[in-house]
Design a protein around this ligand. Structure first.
Ligand SMILES: Cc1cc2nc3c(=O)[nH]c(=O)nc-3n(C[C@H](O)[C@H](O)[C@H](O)COP(=O)(O)O)c2cc1C
Length: 147
């Protein structure tokens, strides 16, 4: 299984989480790569069996909170995601509000089957990565069995 991790980062923490997820998948013998959501090439997306898409959370803490600017356009520009299993994650300082749901809706509109999501707050949340990878792999296996 080839897993592609797409990320939107501003100061680098979302990229750090994306790389930690990639490294954890690779430790388990899975082909995993990272690429920036807005400049990934079509061939890389087409070659992936499954996607993990992550964004930082942008807003004014309570108002207008959601995926970072450019994420919706980035997803719209991807080739068809029909038949691809997907998971989502976000990074934030306070609260993601409905960021993961919004991200999942955008990906589902492109045909992806989004099953699970996770929020990472600040550095110590990197400890959540192995558990998130467990959950993602279980969900991907279930989705494949149901396909
Ligand atoms: C302009 C701006 C708006 C933000 N708005 C929120 C917010 O509404 N809620 C929140 O929890 N974090 C908010 N954050 C924090 C970022 O989502 C968080 O630091 C994130 O991990 C940054 O990821 P990055 O290092 O990949 O850019 C905001 C950060 C910036 C720069």
């Amino acid at each position: 299984m080839r897993v592609l991790i797409l990320y939107e980062t501003r100061r680098g923490f979302t990229l750090t989480v994306a790389r930690a997820i990639r490294d954890e998948l690779q430790r388990r013998g899975i082909l995993a790569t990272t690429a920036p959501l807005r400049s990934v090439d079509d061939g890389t997306v087409v070659a992936a069996d499954a996607l993990i898409v992550g964004t930082w959370v942008k807003g004014a803490i309570v108002a207008g909170v959601g995926p970072a600017l450019g994420v919706q356009e980035g997803i719209a520009r991807l080739p068809s995601l029909e038949g691809k299993r997907a998971a989502v994650f976000c990074t934030c300082d306070v609260a993601p509000r409905n960021t993961l749901d919004v991200l999942a809706v955008w990906l589902r509109r492109r045909g992806a089957e989004v099953t699970v999501g996770e929020t990472f707050k600040r550095r110590k949340s990197l400890r959540q990565v192995p558990r998130f990878v467990d959950v993602v792999l279980e969900a991907f296996a279930r989705a494949q069995a149901n396909a």
